[in-house]
Design a protein around this ligand. Structure first.
Ligand code: FNR
Length: 191
């Protein structure tokens, strides 16, 4: 069966390098993986008081979209050695109400991105800390810290570095194997 892979990008800016890398990853996904970009920029900040019978429509839409997917790929910049607030908010929204987390059990992949030589490690591992609590089995290898990202892309956002392009393809192939190992026989959605 074709896998549905949610792609969450941890940057809201139009020219985001992380989104360019996410698109480059999606373009290199195996045919048996369908990437679905799910937007997180319009999710109201999580507030338990709003999470009653009629939660904000944006929250319900986001939760429904994740529920239709078999796994989640996170592509994110690093903010202050951690993950951007918008991404943490999306994780918080999807994780609630208690006992109804849409993330529970979903296999995950992480790619962190920085324009600098030193960066991306903090965001990558801050995310992994949250996956432990959310019970999301995250692929361990290959790890993906995309440094010096401005040197890897052209003006249109295409990956110009051949080694990077090959690595992104290998990452997606490995991620598919990881997802299928975690969900032999197909979709977590059917389970
Ligand atoms: C940053 N940036 C950054 N970079 C990094 O490698 N480590 C860090 O801790 C931080 N911290 C940080 C905090 C805040 C609030 C901002 C706005 C930026 C720089 C960041 O990597 C850079 O702006 C990227 O271009 C952001 O990713 P996108 O938007 O291009 O995907």
């Amino acid at each position: 069966a074709v896998l549905q892979l949610a792609v969450l990008v941890g940057s809201l800016r139009a020219q985001s390098f992380s989104r360019k890398i996410a698109k480059a990853l999606a373009a290199r996904a195996p045919d048996s993986v369908r990437c679905r970009f799910i937007e997180i920029g319009d999710l109201p900040l999580y507030n338990e008081d709003l999470d009653g019978d009629r939660p904000p429509a944006a929250w319900s839409g986001f939760r429904a979209a994740i529920r239709e997917c078999d796994a989640v790929l996170f592509v994110t910049p690093e903010y202050n050695r951690s993950i951007p607030g918008c991404l943490k908010n999306a994780l918080d929204v999807g994780s609630r109400p208690s006992g109804k987390s849409v993330f529970k059990g979903l296999p995950a992949g992480v790619v962190s991105v920085t324009p600098y030589q030193l960066g991306a490690f903090g965001a990558n591992h801050a995310l992994r800390q949250t996956f432990a609590f959310l019970d999301m089995p995250v692929m361990q290898q290959p790890e993906a810290y995309i440094g010096n990202v401005t040197e890897l892309l052209d003006d249109k956002g295409a990956v110009t570095n051949a080694d990077t392009a090959a690595f992104l393809e290998k990452f997606m192939t490995s991620l598919e194997m990881w997802i299928r190992t975690m969900h032999p026989g197909g979709s977590s959605f059917d389970a």
